[in-house]
Ligand binder design. Sequence first.
Ligand code: HEC
Ligand code: HEC
Ligand code: HEC
Ligand code: HEC
Ligand code: HEC
Length: 172
Amino acid sequence: MSTHFVFLATCLLGAVLPTSLHAASPQQPIAYNHNLHVSELEIPCTECHIGAESADHATLPPKEICATCHEDGPIGESDEEAKLIEFIEGPDPIEWIRLTRVSEHVHFSHRRHVKAGQLLCERCHGQMAEHEVPITRPAISFRREIGMQRCIACHKESGNARATVDCVLCHR
Ligand code: HEC
Ligand code: HEC
Ligand code: HEC
Ligand code: HEC
Ligand code: HEC
């Protein structure tokens, strides 16, 4: 009961607060280009998101993965690539800001959905391969009540016996 009240109160607040009070759009450390690397260079998603088929978390790429192609100096003349090379030559990791997430109390495994469930990335992330600049909000959000309904809607229509809608499947 109280959870529902808090949920409702948050929605109402969200509706009346001026947008200036919401957090500013996150700025990634480098304006990475999915379209160039995925659509043109045809690098598979899992070269960079290494856990997406094999673990719970897909992960965001450490600079060592970028370095396999970018460590011998600039390939082009872009300022963004110059930033990348500074990271590769310096001591600091690239701290990508993660946007797509669910709360700690929800269990979600990429491996189970991508491997066992045979689902394509775009079912849950939209057309990432088309983006030329980083997204500033998840293409499809799985947060809150509406996010939960998105999980449940697919479980219902999937016809897969392991994709149940029992609360304890996702909330442990
Ligand atoms: C398999 C090789 C490969 C990997 C891995 C790779 N890149 Fe690239 N990247 C390229 C090539 C080739 C170009 C140049 C394309 C051109 O200019 O036509 C490029 C261009 C770029 C550019 C400049 C072009 C633009 O759109 O601004 C940036 C920035 C960049 N890469 C960032 C990254 C980052 C960050 C990573 C790691 C997350 C990464 N790259 C991983 C091959 C790679
Ligand atoms: C060469 C490396 C590379 C490849 C290949 C790549 N990505 Fe990414 N991806 C990144 C980097 C770097 C970021 C963080 C910066 C950004 O959002 O652009 C990212 C961000 C994302 C995000 C947002 C994560 C979040 O925090 O919400 C999603 C979703 C994603 N990628 C999906 C994909 C999919 C699907 C593919 C294949 C179609 C793919 N990526 C291919 C490097 C890559
Ligand atoms: C069934 C839906 C679904 C599919 C299919 C899916 N994802 Fe995700 N993805 C999610 C959810 C939900 C999250 C947030 C998970 C969390 O917070 O633990 C997420 C998070 C991510 C992130 C953020 C970083 C991280 O470690 O969580 C990346 C990157 C990502 N996914 C990439 C991919 C790629 C690449 C594929 C395809 C190989 C893929 N996803 C397939 C639902 C999905
Ligand atoms: C596009 C369809 C789709 C979406 C969206 C989806 N699922 Fe699933 N889910 C499946 C399928 C199919 C399976 C069965 C996979 C298998 O065969 O093991 C599954 C299985 C599961 C399982 C049982 C396997 C395990 O890892 O223990 C959990 C838990 C689960 N999903 C949680 C979630 C959560 C949480 C979300 C939303 C954040 C979500 N799912 C969104 C299709 C989906
Ligand atoms: C297929 C996975 C799945 C199933 C089944 C599921 N939930 Fe959820 N639930 C989620 C996700 C995802 C969220 C959103 C978490 C977030 O905001 O990050 C959520 C959020 C919630 C919240 C918090 C709502 C909010 O706005 O913060 C409650 C309460 C909840 N679930 C109760 C239930 C109950 C009760 C059941 C059984 C009738 C159930 N859930 C079944 C995935 C699931």
